[in-house]
Design a protein around this ligand. Structure first.
Ligand code: ADP
Ligand code: MG
Length: 340
């Protein structure tokens, strides 16, 4: 599998705008850290979403489904995308999958610029570079074809015998060799999704995109389907991006990206550490995402806890930035109540 990621973004970097309305105390001297030259945004990443905007026009209304979304995924990663319904997850997947184009911004996958593709490149891209798995099993498979015929259908190989051999090999990979002749309606939901994974892998794509692939399955079956996707990721090196509501999935990948209101808001990274007693534990750490213009989204709980609104005060410290509400601290200035 070759990755043609070329970076390819020709935009010049713009420095983050200065916030001039800072609190009154004299500015602290800024410690000069050594700054290495910043690499171009997305350099080395296989999936680069750069400031994606997608506006749907419905009659006279405009729905902004993505509002400047940034996302980078390395080749061979497996990530989960989570977020409330309507936050823009499917819109994002449709763009990465080459089914939809953004209203603004850039998307590059394995060296293909998704905003500049002509018809032929788009067809090539959709067949060879990405494989898509939908939640509805009926959308993944044709009901009148057997499992093996479904897997053969998207194949670009010319020779029939070669196609059959490869389709059977893929059904073996997903553990369904013995169901090759079955049509979807005689397979269970989990089996149908496993066949769908084989279909998605038909042309050995670099990336698999899955939109709530376990949404219609019970937890045991969804565990099996997720386990299979992990195997595909580990054994074939396929990059996997799964949109999911299922904590079973989102809590078992190394990186979970949360989308809020059409933007990436937080990322949770997980790593495994070995404790002294030899047992391993998973450490999960949540980060806010900072975009290139310096914007970040504070978690709703933080905003509510300090009743932050409209404006906040920022102060640069040596190793962190403090955020304060834009009002005097009543408790500090108020004299002690008499008689206490
Ligand atoms: P999610 O998958 O996170 O539930 P979607 O990407 O489906 O979110 O939708 C994001 C927003 O865009 C929602 O407000 C949704 O109503 C709107 N939207 C999605 N698809 C369309 C469409 N084809 N036409 C108009 N609005 C759409
Ligand atoms: Mg959706």
């Amino acid at each position: 599998m070759t990755d043609h990621t070329a970076g390819g973004l020709s935009r010049t970097e713009v420095d983050a705008p200065q916030i001039v309305d800072l609190p009154t105390p004299a500015p602290r001297p800024v410690v000069e850290h050594h700054r290495p030259a910043r690499p171009r945004f997305g350099e080395g990443a296989q999936i680069v979403c750069d400031n994606l905007v997608r506006i749907y026009k419905v009659a006279d209304l405009e729905v902004v489904a993505l509002q400047g979304l940034d996302l980078l995924v390395r080749a061979g990663e497996m990530i989960a995308i989570v977020g409330a319904s309507g936050s823009g997850k499917s819109t994002l997947l449709g763009i990465i999958g080459g089914l939809d184009v953004p209203s603004a911004g850039r998307a590059t996958v394995a060296g293909h610029d998704l905003t500049q593709m002509g018809r032929r490149e788009r067809t090539f891209y959709r067949r060879r570079v990405v494989g898509i798995l939908w939640q509805q099993t009926s959308r993944n498979l044709l009901s009148y074809l057997s499992a093996v015929e479904n897997v053969e259908l998207p194949m670009v190989l010319d020779r029939g015998r070669e196609r059959r051999r490869r389709a059977l090999e893929l059904l073996d990979l997903v553990g369904l060799s013995d169901r090759a002749g079955h049509r979807p309606d005689s397979l269970s939901g989990g089996e149908q999704q496993r066949v769908a994974i084989a279909v998605a892998l038909a042309n050995a794509p670099a990336v698999i995109l899955a939109d709530e692939p376990t949404g219609e399955l019970d937890s045991t079956t969804s565990g099996e389907v997720f386990g299979l996707m992990r195997r595909v990721n580990a054994e074939l090196g396929t990059t996997v991006v799964i949109v999911t509501h299922d904590p079973l999935v989102s809590e078992q990948v190394q990186r979970t990206v949360a989308i809020r209101d059409g933007r990436t808001s937080t990322e949770t990274l997980r790593r495994t550490e070995f404790a002294d007693d030899g047992n391993h534990q998973v450490i999960a750490e949540e980060f806010a995402v900072l975009d290139r213009a310096g914007r970040l989204q504070l978690p709703r709980s933080h905003v509510e806890a300090l009743r932050l609104e409209h404006r906040v005060r920022l102060r640069l410290e040596e190793d962190h930035v403090g955020v304060w509400p834009d009002r005097p601290r009543v408790d500090a200035s108020r004299p002690e109540e008499p008689g206490r």
